[in-house]
Design a protein around this ligand. Structure first.
Ligand code: NAG
Ligand code: NAG
Ligand code: NAG
Ligand code: NAG
Length: 500
């Protein structure tokens, strides 16, 4: 475990190492030697453990580090954060861009099997998966009052984590450092990036080599996110021209509920909701109830034209694309508002609007005692069972709109990639496209297709100050899950600083 005492020892060792002229390596006690379900050899080293960020309450954040399979001493180091709030970053590790493809066990009770993922983001970078804030995933506190938190406290805690983590792994201080995440991490990423920026400007040691950040289908701003859905569902042919005209007229172009919403607007918004309520909000092309067992039944019962039925399934990954995902993002009917953010377990008890969850493979694997031991997870009495998204935390949105944060960061030269799976209805691309444009920066690379394997796989627009908005054609909310090869392509090019 990487506690503060451990950090002090490592710093002492670092001083000694410098004196002796030898190069340092990461803490051996954190090395992941093997993983149940995987029988090959790791393509790169993995480390995992805790950093205690509050000695008094025992607040400890869990990380899993995958070293680059390229040149770990030079390749960028990228922090990854899933959203929620309340969701574990093992979501990204298991389902999106981690080093393994997870296969469902052949029989119940068996451990999932792990195979190498050819599109792992560790092909070109080291990745640090962080469970944040405390109470999420394997992160915990001994004092449960730490589970009452919000945007600002989460950003400050994650910054504290980073400073201590780099003390444990000083060899990464010279690598270019990026912060990334998706969904509610649209809040985590810019708020943490601003903490890092302020730390650098204040000369807080260690000085991080922070270069930029990536946000996928990220929550950003109440107005832009709130206004995104109606134009999206109209453009995607999910509502009629007539309804679009009516809702535009009745709501006067404000397509989300505010204190001023008229009752005729509420009625029209409800009609829109009704039209799209049967869809999978995380990917409108995906069947809603889709699992290995129900696949057959679902596609047979589908009213989609035959040519559409299997769209989105052909992801090159071995796991079936999940059904509606539990708790990883905002329900589209509720744009981000200041104040308490309801967790999905809370929403579930009050309505039935978020059915079908499937996190079986991750839940089975991460709750296996041998896996937890291999990962250096603290005892169950402290951490509890692993959940994809937890209702344990009481989370408050208290940082407001992210636009001022993006302004500050980009104006100081930090590079930003705002990417968007263009078939996500949860945080639709229309909102991200609109807010990036609203920054008012000059267009330096005008809207154009971008390619992977000589095919158009999305569109992008680059603005001054290295702000890029990019879509991934046919991808849902969790882009690397749906389009792993394309995701690795834009990710590699962005990190390398070459045109996408
Ligand atoms: C937990 O922390 C809160 C706030 O810091 C404090 O008031 C409380 O006494 C602590 N509880 C325990 C059991 O230490
Ligand atoms: C509601 O209307 C009032 C009065 O016109 C205005 O001041 C306020 O900003 C409006 N609220 C929203 C959320 O648009
Ligand atoms: C942006 O930077 C300005 C000037 O340093 C600062 O006053 C402001 O608080 C910052 N805003 C955010 C959201 O970080
Ligand atoms: C954009 O990023 C590149 C690579 O880091 C840098 O050379 C360039 O100066 C940046 N441009 C602006 C306008 O910040």
């Amino acid at each position: 475990m990487a506690t503060r005492c451990g950090a002090a020892a490592i710093v002492a060792a670092a001083t000694l190492a410098v004196l002796l002229g030898v190069s340092l390596s990461a803490p051996e006690s954190a090395l992941v030697k093997s993983l149940p379900g995987f029988s090959g050899s790791f393509p790169s080293k993995h480390y995992s453990g805790y950093v205690t960020i509050d000695e008094v309450t025992g607040k400890s954040l869990f990380y899993y580090l995958v070293l680059s399979e390229g040149k770990p001493s030079q390749d960028p180091l990228v922090l990854w954060l899933n959203g929620g709030p309340g969701c574990s970053s093992f979501d990204g590790f298991v389902y999106e861009h981690g080093p393994f493809d997870f296969h469902m066990p052949k029989a119940p009770g068996q451990i999932p099997s792990l195979h190498l993922n050819s599109y792992s983001w560790s092909k070109v970078s080291s990745i640090l998966y962080l469970d944040s804030p405390a109470g999420v995933g394997f992160s915990y506190s001994k004092n449960k009052s730490d589970y009452i938190t919000g945007d600002k406290k989460t950003a400050a805690d994650s910054h504290k984590f980073l400073l201590k983590w780099f003390e444990l792994y000083p060899e990464f201080l010279s690598n270019p450092f990026f912060i990334s995440g998706e969904s509610y991490a649209g809040i985590y990423v810019p708020t943490l990036a601003c903490e890092v920026m302020k730390g650098i400007e204040a000369g807080t040691k260690p000085i991080l080599n922070f270069k930029g950040y990536l946000v996928g289908n990220g929550v950003t701003d109440e107005m832009f996110d709130g206004n995104a859905l109606v134009p999206f569902v109209h453009g995607m042919a999910l509502i009629s021209d007539e309804l679009f005209e009516e809702v535009t007229k009745e709501c006067q172009g404000v397509y989300y509920l505010t204190e001023n919403t008229s009752s005729s607007c509420v009625t029209k918004l409800a009609e829109v909701d009704q039209d799209v309520s049967g869809l999978n909000m995380y990917d409108i092309l995906e069947p809603c109830y889709y699992s290995p067992n129900s696949l057959k039944v679902n596609t047979e019962g589908s009213q989609l034209p035959l040519s559409f039925r299997r769209l989105g399934e052909n992801t090159g990954r071995t796991l079936p694309v999940r059904k509606r995902m539990f708790g990883r993002a905002w329900p589209f009917r509720a744009p981000v508002r200041p104040g308490h953010v309801p967790s999905w377990p809370e929403l579930l008890s009050s309505s039935n609007s978020v059915p079908c969850t499937d996190d079986q493979v991750a839940t089975a694997w991460l709750n296996n005692p041998d896996v937890r031991k291999a990962l250096h997870v603290a005892e169950e009495s402290l951490v509890g069972t692993w959940e994809l998204c937890t209702g344990k935390i009481d989370f408050h949105h208290d940082a407001g709109s992210m636009i001022p944060f993006h302004k500050n960061l980009t104006l100081r030269g930090y590079r930003a990639l705002i990417f968007s799976g263009d078939h996500d209805m949860c945080v639709p691309y229309t909102g991200s496209e609109a807010w990036t444009r609203s920054m008012g920066y000059k267009v330096v690379d005008k809207w154009r297709p971008w390619l992977s394997k000589e095919q158009v796989v999305g569109y992008l627009q680059v603005y001054d100050h290295n702000l890029t908005f990019l879509t991934i054609k046919g991808a849902g909310h969790t882009v690397p899950e749906y389009k792993p090869r394309e995701a690795l392509d834009f990710y590699s090019r962005f990190l390398a600083g070459t045109p996408i």
